[in-house]
Structures are given as C-alpha cells and as structure tokens.
Write a protein that binds this ligand. Structure first.
Ligand SMILES: [Zn+2]
Length: 339
C-alpha cells in the first residue's frame, strides 16, 4: 500500500509542516525561486486532485492530469502513452486508497528513480478511519477512496502537496506556502458556508441516497446520513432484487430526492424515482469539474460548491452562503486536464 519511492516524505509532510524549509533545504538550484524554469513535472490523476495540486503549485511547475474528466476513475486503465508522461515525472500524486492502482503501477514502472510518488489518501487517512460500505465492501479490501469530497480532507491533501513540493523544489517553497495558505482559507470558508447552509434543510433531512458512493467521509464529518448507494462494487447497475429493496427503503423513509451522478447515468435511478415519487437529481459529480478547463468554477472549490448546493437545495434547504462564495483558484491553473 505504500509507494516505493517516497524519500523522507513522511518525515517532512506529516510531522514537520511548520518547518518545511528546513525539511527541503538542500538545494541551491536556481536563484530567487521565481518562474517555472526549475519547472518540475508533476503528474496527477483525477481532476479534483489536479486542481488542488495546481492551487498550491500555480505556474511554478508543469502539472499534467492523466485521468480524463467524465470517465470512471475507479476502473480507468491508463493508455500506453501515459508511460511517456511518467518517464518525465519528478513528482506523481495519486489519490491512493486503491482508487487508481493501474496508474500507480504505471508510475512505479516508468517514473525516474528519483521521482517522488505519493499516495495522498494513504498519507492522510489512518486505516482505523477507513470507511467500507455499500459500494466498497470490506471483504473486497478496497476502502471508499473519496476523501476529497470532504473539505477537511482536501485541506490535508493540500498539506501533503505543499510538503512534497517544498521538499522537491525548495526555491519555490515560499510561493507554495503562500498559495497553500490561501487555498486553506478558501476551503475553510467553503466548509463554514456548508455548515451554515445545511442547517436550513428541514429537520431529519440530511439523508443521501446516491448512485455513486462518493460522500461517505463528507457525511461522517458534517453529520449527514448516507442511507444507501445504488451502485454495486463492480460499477454495474444493481440486480432487480436490490432495486426492489431500495424502492422499499425510499418509500419507507419518504426520501424526497435521489442523487444520481453525472459521470454514471443510470436508468435504474429513473426507475426508482418513478416508482417512489422521489425526484431524480442526476447531476452530482465526484471527479468531473464543472465547466471547461479555464472556467472560473472548473476547480475543486467549484466542484464541491456545486455538489453541496445541489444536495442542500434538493433536500429543501437554501444555499445562499455557498452561492455567494468566490470559488476561483488561488493561483493560476495551468494544468492539463484531459477531457
Ligand atoms: Zn468516484
């Protein structure tokens, strides 16, 4: 479960965040830490992680995402040309928690010896906090990997990015630290707005029935209840008997809205909606950012604001605080987001 090339990262990232410069203070490459001339090549996987990485590194490194937006990241097999991207990589960030094993394996096989490969989720989530559930059953050994839909973990992701980049590129450590601080402030504002707005949902209503099971950690942190996820662990549609069980559950709990995923359109949810009278909201997204690359809301902040507003308003609340947030990036996002 641990990446093979991670020199000194844990020491630096998790115990010495406050002493980052000391941590990475080896090199005197470059002069004043400006400009992308040092240009570390950073590879990332799913778009929300690419966005978090970009918020920290801005234009001081070349960031390449490799999982196209709108694809099933859980079953994604990187095409052969990604090997060439890995061959050039200085740093590779994957979510870990076994989300993108084929991409991680490709990185291990092709990245240079001195590349730093980081499974971010494995760094920030102790095994005792793993969540196994409907779509990620414990007997299959893969925990729910969706930490980034919870702002408190997204902040920890940014911490790992900062520690890693400051170690690999100490000349730009101050720049990264400034961006990290600004990102943490915005992610915290998002979290605070979420808490305010979710309180407007009628009592007992913070219940999620989703298709794709991407909100387990979010729910634990913010006091929601995931009453079900329709998508089985093989990412196919569920069997008719399971659908019948879900229909009974939706009726019994009087669930007003069921949340589908924009990445996983499902006729089954339409069927559940029509048989229960629940509204089918099919636009949640866990790793496909809103808009096109370059748009202001094409960011982790924009993604999560969109999902929270959709959930809260769908369940009868109001989302004025979230809607008023500025979700633009804190640094120029020059990353490559394959579509
Ligand atoms: Zn997912």
């Amino acid at each position: 479960m641990i990446s093979v090339r991670r020199p000194a990262l844990v020491l630096c990232s998790l115990t010495a965040l406050a002493a980052l410069t000391a941590c990475g203070a080896s090199a005197d490459q470059g002069s004043n830490g400006s400009g992308p001339a040092a240009g570390l090549r950073v590879v990332s996987t799913v778009a929300p992680i690419t966005s978090i990485v970009s918020n920290v590194v801005g234009d001081r490194a070349v960031v390449t995402g490799v999982v196209p937006e709108g694809t099933n990241s859980h079953t994604f097999e990187p095409p052969p040309q990604i090997a060439a991207v890995m061959e050039e990589a200085d740093v590779v960030f994957v979510n870990g928690l076994q989300l993108e094993e084929p991409t991680f394996d490709l990185a291990k096989e092709n990245a240079p010896e001195d590349a730093t490969i980081v499974k971010i989720g494995d760094e920030v989530l102790p095994e005792s906090d793993y969540i196994y559930d409907f779509s990620f059953p414990e007997e299959e050994g893969k925990p729910n990997p969706h930490l980034w839909t919870d702002p408190t973990y997204a902040i920890k992701y940014a911490d790992v990015v900062l520690a890693t980049m400051s170690q690999r590129d100490p000349d730009n450590a101050d720049y990264y630290r400034g961006n990290h601080e600004a990102f943490v402030a915005k992610a915290t504002a998002l979290s605070d707005a979420l808490k305010i707005d979710q309180a407007t949902i009628p009592a007992g209503g913070k219940q999620l029935l989703t298709y794709h099971d991407a909100y387990a950690y979010f729910a634990r942190t913010y006091g929601w209840q995931v009453i079900g996820a329709v998508q089985p662990s093989n990412f196919e549609d569920p069997q008719p008997r399971e659908v019948a069980r879900i229909i009974d559950q939706v009726k019994a709990r009087k669930v007003p809205v069921i949340f589908g995923s924009e990445v996983f359109p499902s006729k089954v949810l339409e069927q559940i909606a029509s048989e229960t009278g629940a509204r089918y909201e099919d636009t949640l997204r866990d790793d496909d950012l809103p808009g096109e690359p370059g748009a202001e809301d094409h960011s982790w902040l924009g993604l999560m604001r969109y999902d929270y507003v959709t959930m809260i308003t769908g369940l009868g609340g109001t989302a004025d605080t979230l809607t008023a947030l500025d979700v633009s990036d804190v640094a120029p996002d020059k990353a490559d987001y394959p579509q």
